[in-house]
Ligand binder design. Structure first.
Ligand code: AHR
Length: 653
């Protein structure tokens, strides 16, 4: 382990003749606060991948609650005389329901068991709201029993429910779990003569984020909220495109009464043949309304992304797979309607839908992404049509275009000039790359053209060879992000991706937050994001070493900002080398009024290169706070080998 990063990183570190013992004299010039750090700078990218929505953030515990999976009873174990029917369910877009018939003998039973999403996690003494739409087959009414079963098949909570009407009606009861069980299942069976019809069988913890019904998993939202995100991009990612256009994310199907939102395929169920998840579908239960609400809760700007009329270009070749340029009207209308849904008055068609869902106030949408990872001339040809329509109706909305899936190369070089020509406001760049790439790219934006669109680093993550969320990857991201911060005049948004992953059901890694049915763990990468977001500052300050930006010389990377509200100068410093480095940070250009406080806050994030945080050991790598003295205008310290450091130097004026 002591070999640390050098084996892989030495090649990327600028070789210097300066000895390891030297003191690095960094100069921060506070004469004039530079570019503003945009409030959207550090945000979140959310996609329903890795069971991120159904089975993750969306707190529903029942899988296939409406029996709409192509195999109607997938996720359910049925016994006795169960029929799946589609002749008269109460929800038009979810036509299937089950009928529990008399088992035919007093000692036999008819019922169902749901396995949840890799089990149903319940906590000791916590309450769970069971609900079902049901109708009795006879005027006398029917009875069902609802049980929570543990992994040994022992019921540990049970309630009876009377179904008293021959008409479809919603019934609810509360279950209280006497113990913690990470992999329970839900059993429902007929205890009267029957028959009884059941539809939309649901189980939610009552303790969701903000206690909302149809709510979100509290611990996961808390982890997101703790990041202080300025931006929330949704719903992806590739699911925006769909493997084919029929299965693209269709926001209009994700709003309105939850029981009537139709099921969609989730492409991550089969995208990687070596990681097949045949039970992965999108219920749209956490749809655009819930996602806008979550943005609002977190104080983040919502950034929805819509399909541009192209199905996933990785999986579809040739114009015939896409919407012809002349036939884009429905897709463009979807984008316009989305803006109306978010911002329109309650007298508009879509503003009314939002109001009926409980939010008459607008969501104040400012940004929209058109297309995800697109490439080739087929993209600008379509994007142009969207831009014309959106600019004509909503000139205030900022439009985000894509530079494709690669961070350089032919497609990237073609698309950037096209994005400039089309005058998009921001260009979405994606890079899932090696540690070496991240270190080399710390100066990436120093030479970007300042005249064109701004940059949205919309999906990025350092991928070490073992694809783990180890400290090495986090440290490289921290080094790279000094370049985002230094270039905040052009980089206005950055979102790590993907965000969430279920430990038993992931398709892609690394990811920012891992979870099981009851717990979650913040990765070292999470803490890097958190440190940047919490210490974002208001304006960039130039930071130099030997009159140059520090972008990897001797394994050091640094940037500085000022927070004119909190009155602090904040320096971020990554040392990716194997050696401790003596550092002197001199503050120059201070106005006469500015008095530097003698003690600064120092926050250290450090760990062994291959170390991870795990569910059982979540705090292996966490930021550690200390203080460091400031002598006049100079802070002298040691940046430990393999560490990310944040220094907050307070001043009065
Ligand atoms: O984040 C995972 C995937 O990576 C996204 O869906 C896609 O945009 C990118 O290829």
């Amino acid at each position: 382990m002591k070999k640390y990063f050098l084996i892989i990183l030495l090649s990327c570190i600028y070789i210097s003749s300066i000895s390891a013992q030297q003191t690095y004299e960094l100069v921060v010039n506070a004469r004039k606060p530079g570019a503003e750090i945009q409030p959207t700078m550090y945000g979140l990218f959310f996609e329903d991948i890795n069971f991120g929505a159904d089975g993750g953030l969306y707190a529903e515990l029942v899988k296939n609650r409406s029996f709409e999976f192509p195999q109607s009873l997938m996720g359910w174990n049925s016994f006795g005389k169960v029929e799946v029917r589609n002749d008269g369910a109460p929800f038009e877009r979810n036509p299937h329901y089950v009928r529990l018939n008399n088992a035919g003998h007093g000692h036999k039973h008819t019922g169902l068991e749901n396995e949840g999403f890799r089990g149903i996690g319940v906590k000791k003494d916590a309450t769970y709201r069971f609900s079902v739409w049901a109708r009795s087959g006879s005027a006398a009414g029917q009875k069902i029993r609802i049980e929570l079963i543990d992994a040994n098949n022992d019921p540990f909570e049970r309630k009876e429910l009377a179904i008293d009407s021959k008409e479809w009606k919603k019934y609810e009861i509360v279950l209280i779990s006497p113990k913690e069980e990470p992999k329970a299942s839900l059993r429902i069976f007929l205890t009267s003569e029957g028959p009884v019809d059941l539809e939309h069988i649901s189980l939610f913890p009552t303790d969701t984020w903000k206690g909302r019904e149809n709510g979100l998993r509290k611990d996961l939202v808390e982890a997101l909220n703790e990041l202080n995100p300025g931006l929330f991009r949704f719903p992806g990612g590739c699911i925006v495109e769909g493997t084919d256009l029929e299965t693209r994310y269709d926001w209009k199907k994700s709003v309105g009464p939850v029981e009537n939102r139709p099921l969609n395929e989730n492409r991550w169920h089969y995208t990687f043949a070596h990681r097949l998840f045949p039970d992965y579908f999108q219920t749209y239960g956490m749809g655009f309304y819930e996602l806008f609400l979550l943005s609002e809760d977190m104080g983040a700007e919502p950034l929805p992304v819509v399909n541009v009329g192209l199905s996933c270009q990785y999986q579809n070749e040739g114009e015939h797979c896409h919407v012809p340029v002349g036939e884009l009207q429905d897709y463009i209308q979807d984008a316009l309607d989305l803006i109306e849904f978010a911002n329109g008055s309650t007298s508009t068609t879509w503003g009314k839908v939002r109001a009926e869902m409980g939010h008459p106030e607008p969501f104040n949408l400012k940004f929209i992404g058109i297309g995800n990872e697109q490439w080739g001339p087929e993209y600008p040809a379509r994007l142009e049509k969207f831009i014309e329509a959106i600019r004509a109706q909503y000139p205030e909305i900022k439009i985000i275009g894509s530079s494709g899936p690669q961070a350089e190369g032919e497609d990237f070089d073609y698309l950037w000039p096209e994005m400039k020509r089309l005058k998009v406001d921001l260009v979405d760049e994606h890079y899932y790359r090696s540690p070496e790439w991240f270190l080399k790219q710390a100066a990436r934006y120093d030479s970007y053209d300042r005249k064109g669109p701004k940059v949205f680093a919309g999906e990025y993550a350092c991928h070490p060879q073992n694809r783990k969320n180890n400290f090495e990857s986090a440290l490289c991201e921290s080094a790279f992000m000094t370049g985002l911060e230094r270039n905040a005049d052009i980089v206005h948004m950055a979102t790590y991706a993907p965000l969430l992953a279920h430990v038993d059901a992931w398709q892609w890694r690394p990811d920012l937050i891992w979870f099981d049915n009851l717990r979650c763990v913040r990765t070292p990468n999470y803490y890097v994001q958190k440190l940047y977001a919490h210490h974002a500052g208001t304006n960039v300050l130039p930071l130099t070493w030997n009159k140059k930006a520090l972008t990897g010389q001797d394994g050091l990377y640094a940037s500085a900002v000022i927070d004119t509200n909190k009155k602090e100068i904040i320096v971020k410093l990554s040392n990716v080398s194997e050696e401790n480095k003596e550092i002197r940070i001199s503050l120059e250009g201070l106005s006469r009024k500015m008095k530097i406080q003698p003690e600064a806050q120092a926050i250290l994030l450090k760990g062994e290169a291959d170390k991870e945080n795990t569910l059982d050991n979540p705090d292996a790598i966490v930021p550690v706070d200390s203080s460091v003295s400031v002598n006049g205008t100079v802070l002298q310290t040691t940046a430990e080998a393999g560490s990310f450091n944040v220094y907050r130097i307070a001043y009065t004026d």
